[in-house]
Write a protein that binds this ligand. Structure first.
Ligand code: URA
Length: 217
């Protein structure tokens, strides 16, 4: 897996990372969603540098110009519900991409800290020979990404997979590394060192789904 950690380079992205982590600014859920969406746009732009391009001729009112344009069939796949604002940001740039949605949630069978990932709703086009962009804002244990990727396999084998995340934990990144093809790229804004016993990233930002859309029962 090729890991691209974007906050290693100083950029405006750092302001958005700071704001989504900040417990005061987080109270404005519209700003939280919009910041994640803006991060999706930046991550999409960086990712676009790794795609394949083909020259195409564009006709202007005054002549013709050959320009390199993306030559890949892109499918964006988000894990509901927290992935939606990040998905929108990426879709703002890859506006002709196809879209897949999948629900994966943590089920605690014994009401303790142990959980399994349950995949339920799943709507996806064929992935055969396409570029799959797998979107999950918080890469914590990595279990949901692996479960989702397993569920997606029945829809075909993508040419290449790009995983896009906002914040990840070192442990989760290590967990997924050998469970995806070697040529998979991980695009991530920031990496934290720790997970707590509930599988939350520390310091992370809290629960991304609740912050974007409100607490659930
Ligand atoms: N999901 C979240 O929303 N936050 C975490 O820290 C981990 C998983």
């Amino acid at each position: 897996m090729i890991v691209h950690q974007l906050n290693k380079t100083n950029s405006i992205l750092n302001k958005f990372i700071a704001e989504i982590r900040d417990e005061i600014i987080q109270k404005d859920s519209m700003r939280f969603r919009r910041n994640i969406e803006r991060m999706g746009e930046i991550l999409a732009y960086e990712l676009s540098k790794e795609l394949s391009y083909k020259q195409k001729v564009v006709t202007t009112p005054l002549g013709k110009k050959s320009v390199p344009l993306i030559n890949e069939k892109i499918v964006l796949c988000s894990i509901l519900r927290a992935g939606l604002p990040l998905h929108q940001g990426i879709l703002n740039y890859f506006d002709k991409a196809e879209n897949a949605y999948i629900s994966a949630y943590r089920h605690h069978p014994n009401n303790d800290s142990e959980f399994e990932i349950v995949v339920e709703y799943f709507a996806s086009p064929s992935l055969e020979d396409k570029t799959l962009i797998l979107i999950d804002p918080m890469l914590a244990t990595g279990n949901s990404l692996v479960a989702v990727n397993d569920a997606l396999k029945k829809h075909g084998t993508p040419k290449e997979i790009h995983i896009v995340c906002v914040i990840g934990a070192t442990e989760g990144i290590e967990f997924i590394k050998n469970r995806f093809p070697k040529n998979t790229h991980l695009w991530i804004a920031a990496i934290d060192d720790t997970l707590n016993d509930k599988g939350y990233i520390i310091p992370g930002l809290g629960d991304a789904g609740d912050l974007a859309f409100g607490k659930k029962l």
